[in-house]
Design a protein around this ligand. Structure first.
Ligand code: IMP
Ligand code: MG
Length: 369
């Protein structure tokens, strides 16, 4: 996902798909024109990329030139088309192929036809890489269309949003749902995860989803998923990831207008991390970061023994049990650290210091997401 100015865009059409679409257009033009030398005319600014890639693929002689028109303001097409650079050569008797990056309302195309009205060209052919049939409200024939797309704003491959995005080699689509900030919060036992999660959810208006709590809630309320989960637990088996994911999905859907989520206790395996990515993807969203509180083992042991004195939790009272839990945490989470690190989404945060200091460190990470 990318951010341009104030808007978020998600990957939509890959370089490979664009390449294949352009090849198809080239093949179509060659099939129609044979050895005739066409004049390809790109409509600036957006068409510079398609023109370049198109003529490189074009297997025969051709001429290339540009005209420059402007119509768009922000993410909306306007009727008022400005001619910024016009035709500079005589095209009498020539076959002209217009190369457009995108045809949306067709207003620009109408202006193109107006420009060629008195040029006495042999024929005027229109080729466009992208075409939004739902937005098009003219009758001009489009001779070569690369890819038909829904009526949503896109950027990349020559197309911009207020100046940005033209340089991207692939195409992104505007995200229409609100942007969420989703964090996977990690930390060994005793790192202060619960405390920090409480501060962060207040500060960023996030929903804290602790998998343990979600399980307890579903089982206590005897939901269908709760009963299903319990049937595995009663047999001493692990609850399948899909059941857990389905429970999380329900939590996410309950909070559909949330600003984001803090996932706590999930994922624990690579497969779960992938499943969580798919879940967020289905919500037009994503996991932005795995934030892990890093605390030295000896500090953890001291903290937990201290907590054991008052919490009454048996697993907080015994030093060897504590050490084992910490060891298990590292052996299990190392894989996840790699999973998120390879996506540049792993952020380790020093978890030693005052509660406020640690919140400040965590906030510094979240503010940058
Ligand atoms: P039309 O005049 O409405 O057909 O729009 C044509 C021009 O609007 C294109 O050449 C682009 O400059 C711009 N445009 C249309 N749709 C988009 C889009 O989804 N993203 C970026 N620019 C667009
Ligand atoms: Mg254009």
């Amino acid at each position: 996902m990318i951010k341009l100015h104030d808007l978020y865009f998600k990957p939509f059409i890959s370089e490979r798909e664009i390449d294949a679409a352009i090849q198809k257009m080239v093949d179509g033009v060659v099939a129609d024109l044979g050895d005739e030398v066409p004049v390809f005319i790109g409509i600036l600014n957006g068409s510079f990329m398609i023109v370049s890639d198109f003529v490189k693929k074009y297997p025969k002689s051709c001429e290339v030139t540009f005209i420059k028109l402007a119509s768009y303001e922000g993410v909306k097409s306007t009727e008022d088309i400005q001619r910024l650079i016009g035709l500079t050569q005589d095209l009498t008797g020539r076959t002209v192929v217009i190369l457009e990056d995108i045809i949306d309302s067709g207003n620009t195309l109408e202006e193109v036809h107006r420009i060629f009205e008195n040029e006495n060209v042999k024929q005027l052919l229109i080729a466009t890489l992208f075409y939004k049939p739902e937005a098009y409200n003219k009758d001009f024939k489009l001779h070569y269309v690369g890819i038909e797309i829904p009526n949503k704003f896109i950027v990349g491959y020559g197309l911009d949003y207020n100046g940005l995005g033209r340089d991207l080699p692939e195409v992104y689509q505007l995200k229409t749902t609100q942007h969420m900030t989703n964090i996977v919060l990690f930390g060994p036992p005793g790192a202060g995860k619960g405390t920090q999660a409480n501060f962060l959810k207040e500060k960023y208006d996030l929903i804290h989803i602790s998998t343990g709590d979600v399980f307890r809630f579903n089982i206590k309320n005897e939901t269908a998923l709760g009963m299903l989960a319990k049937s595995y637990m009663d047999k001493g088996e692990l609850v399948p990831d899909q059941v857990t994911i389905d429970m999380l999905n329900k939590e996410v859907e309950k909070n559909a207008d949330a600003k984001g989520f803090i996932f706590d206790g999930f994922p624990r395996t690579n497969a779960q991390a992938k499943a969580l990515d798919e879940l967020m993807d289905s919500k037009d969203s994503q996991i932005d970061a795995m934030v892990a509180l890093e605390v030295d083992d000896e500090v953890l042991v001291k903290r937990l023994l201290e907590r054991g004195k008052t919490s009454g939790r048996a697993d907080d009272a015994d030093e060897s049990i504590i050490r084992n839990r910490i060891k298990e945490y590292y052996s299990k989470t190392a894989i996840l650290k790699d999973y998120y690190a390879t996506q540049d989404k792993y952020f380790g945060v020093d978890g030693v210091g005052s509660i406020e200091d640690i919140t400040v460190r965590l906030s510094a990470v979240i503010d940058k997401l």
